[in-house]
Design a protein around this ligand. Structure first.
Ligand SMILES: [Mg+2]
Ligand SMILES: [Zn+2]
Length: 197
């Protein structure tokens, strides 16, 4: 599945939180954040169907996610990896396979040695796009980036991808990307409609 597009260098890169699964309100910080436990993982309505549609149409799927909660002292690396495993398991149960899931665990203002300070991979850096390009022979100009944050769009733009910004899954104002994305969408399902044309 997806091999035809992969041979032609095409792929879809997805942000995770707010695109595939819900962000979770953190009472302590008053902000919507990544899930902090496996129990907090809730897939967004239509996300599995949207991914299945893309995959059936032959698009290889890649994930790129910033997960700084370990660096920030909010979650253990084991928990962050368990949350990834939970999401991957739910995708697999719907026969959806990610070619690669790239995670940045760093944060510029983190507290933990080895995870804090500047890093090469945190979005908006296109580092993981280039990793995927090298490993899978991608033509980044033929690829798409779908994310809910301006940093996702900036990452895609830095790699020369076409970009779609999906609306936030919580009642916070959309922070528009500058320069703007190629498209805006209500959710992943609508983004997939745009990709499939
Ligand atoms: Mg996000
Ligand atoms: Zn990083």
């Amino acid at each position: 599945m997806g091999d035809e597009r992969l041979t032609s260098g095409m792929a879809v890169f997805l942000d995770r939180d707010g695109v595939i699964n819900r962000n979770v309100f953190n009472l302590a910080t008053g902000a919507y954040e990544s899930p902090h436990s496996v129990e907090d993982v809730v897939l967004l309505p239509g996300a599995l169907d949207a991914l299945a549609r893309l995959q059936t149409a032959g698009w290889p799927l890649f994930l790129i996610s910033n997960q700084p909660d370990h660096a920030l002292g909010k979650a253990s690396l084991e928990t962050i990896k368990a949350i990834h495993a939970e999401i991957a398991t739910r995708l697999a149960a719907a026969n959806i396979a990610l070619r690669e899931a790239y995670y940045c665990y760093h944060h510029p203002n983190g507290r933990l040695a080895g995870y804090s300070g500047p890093c090469v991979c945190r979005k908006p850096s296109p580092y993981f796009l280039h990793q995927a390009q090298a490993a899978h022979g991608l033509d980044l100009a033929a690829c798409w980036m779908v994310g809910d944050r301006a940093t996702d769009i900036a990452c895609g733009q830095a790699g020369g991808l076409r970009t779609i910004q999906v609306a936030p899954d919580h009642p916070a104002a959309l922070v528009p990307a500058v320069p703007p994305p190629d498209h805006q969408a209500r959710d992943l399902w609508e983004a997939v409609e745009i990709i499939l044309g």
